[in-house]
Design a protein around this ligand. Structure first.
Ligand code: FDM
Length: 212
């Protein structure tokens, strides 16, 4: 263990409420990693390009209605359909920066009243992130940021519940960044955390599965 043959890319996940800056930061992070000579890709969930993803997209824009359990399982299926590609990219040395993952799945669905353990169950066996960075912003502040775009979950009361659920999910692989800090400070903190994580994965840290 720790030899060159075990070297791999890191699985880094960014989580947070809508409008916390995840998309901006994950884009900048990937560009910065590449500048430093690391191979990195930006991924996001839901991945709206697949046929499952198109069902999710239509649900989010209120063009279709689905039972809460059904949409939860579709979000999960959308991660499962990418699992093997994810594994092969990581093993080929590519670091994946993922904008939302299973934690969004659980935090959003349980905010509708679904049992949290039921929500976690279909996620068991997906790849566990090496690092989860939570961009922390009060829901009221997030709502002020240019307003929400009008998708299904972009409402203050709902986002408050999601924020509480994220707190329940926080574990040892989580790092918190104050998302109200200047953008450049967030970028710098994030990069430092990620470079550290990339290094441990290069050194052969084994991949593991959720929920661990
Ligand atoms: N969302 C996202 C979920 O409810 N479950 C999930 O598993 C994922 C990945 O979908 F409101 C919610 C979170 C957000 C919406 O996300 C779309 P983006 O990041 O705005 O595309």
């Amino acid at each position: 263990r720790g030899g060159k043959e075990d070297s791999r890319g890191a699985l880094v996940v960014l989580e947070g409420l809508d409008r916390c800056g995840k998309t901006t930061q994950s884009t900048r992070l990937v560009a910065n990693l590449e500048k430093l000579g690391h191979s990195a890709e930006l991924w996001r969930f839901p991945d709206r390009t697949t046929s499952v993803g198109q069902m999710i997209s239509s649900y989010l824009s209120n063009k279709s209605q689905l039972d809460d359990h059904t949409i939860h399982l579709l979000f999960s299926a959308n991660r499962w359909e990418k699992r093997s590609l994810m594994e092969s990219k990581l093993k080929s040395g590519i670091t994946l920066v993922v904008d939302r993952y299973s934690y969004s799945g659980v935090a959003f669905s349980s905010a509708k009243g679904l049992d949290i353990e039921w929500c976690k169950a279909p996620e068991i066996g997906l790849l566990a992130p090496d690092l989860v960075v939570y961009l922390d912003i009060p829901p009221e502040k997030a709502a002020e940021r240019g307003g929400y775009g009008g998708e299904r979950y972009e409402q203050l009361e709902f986002q408050k519940k999601v924020g509480q659920n994220y707190q329940v999910l926080r574990g040892p692989t989580w790092k918190i960044i104050d998302a109200c800090s200047p953008m450049e400070d967030v970028e710098e903190q994030l990069q430092e955390m990620v470079l550290d994580c990339v290094k441990t994965c290069q050194e052969g840290k084994p991949l593991s599965c959720l929920w661990s």
